[in-house]
Design a binder for this molecule. Structure first.
Ligand code: HEC
Length: 161
């Protein structure tokens, strides 16, 4: 009986630890689309402003560097998405679902620029990712910070150059 109880409490402890791990800032289905269906088609076609587009496509060092400043500064993205872009920012740890991990190249492949821009502008409904435009950053700043987020996937940056 003693052993049975010991096993029970061990199992309970594991259940809690497991639950905690799943809760503590873990992403949920990162490859599943986030823009609501009705808006998705239009969102996918949204492109950065012409002047910025060429540079964004090349992910030029200058734009990426500006994006980094916004990401870590006025944009406050770093608080949740983390300095390394892996979703492990201090404020992200308590969110469920957790913030996106931008080092995941599979995620970048799945998303058009316009879809990501839509989320930065409108937020991801029902999550800690709230609308950032215009309260926190401008549209132009959003495109720049997006170039930086893309650059966390090393392959993406190469491909775009
Ligand atoms: C308060 C925490 C928080 C802050 C601050 C924050 N994010 Fe997020 N972000 C999240 C969470 C949580 C998700 C995941 C939402 C989901 O699973 O639908 C997310 C997801 C995203 C996504 C992925 C959307 C997709 O299609 O899957 C992008 C892009 C993004 N954030 C950009 C930004 C940018 C840019 C900033 C700064 C201007 C920022 N975030 C600031 C919490 C945050």
């Amino acid at each position: 009986m003693k052993r049975f109880l010991a096993i029970c409490s061990l199992l309970t402890a594991f259940a809690f630890a497991g639950g905690d791990l799943a809760f503590a800032g873990a992403e949920k289905d990162p490859l599943k689309p986030r823009v609501p269906r009705a808006e998705r088609g239009k969102a996918k076609k949204t492109k950065p402003p012409a002047a910025l587009y060429k540079k964004t496509k090349k992910a030029s060092d200058a734009i990426v560097a500006e994006g980094k400043k916004i990401f870590e500064g006025k944009g406050t993205c770093v608080n949740c998405h983390g300095k390394k872009g892996d979703g492990a920012g201090p404020a992200g740890k308590v969110l469920n679902p957790g913030p996106r991990n931008f080092t995941n190249c599979k995620f970048h492949k799945k998303r058009k620029d316009g879809e990501l821009f839509w989320i930065i502008k409108n937020g991801s409904p029902g999550t800690g990712m709230v609308s950032m435009i215009p309260a926190t950053i401008t549209e132009e700043e959003a495109w720049k910070v997006l170039a930086y987020e893309r650059s966390f996937c090393k392959k993406w940056r190469k491909k775009k150059k």
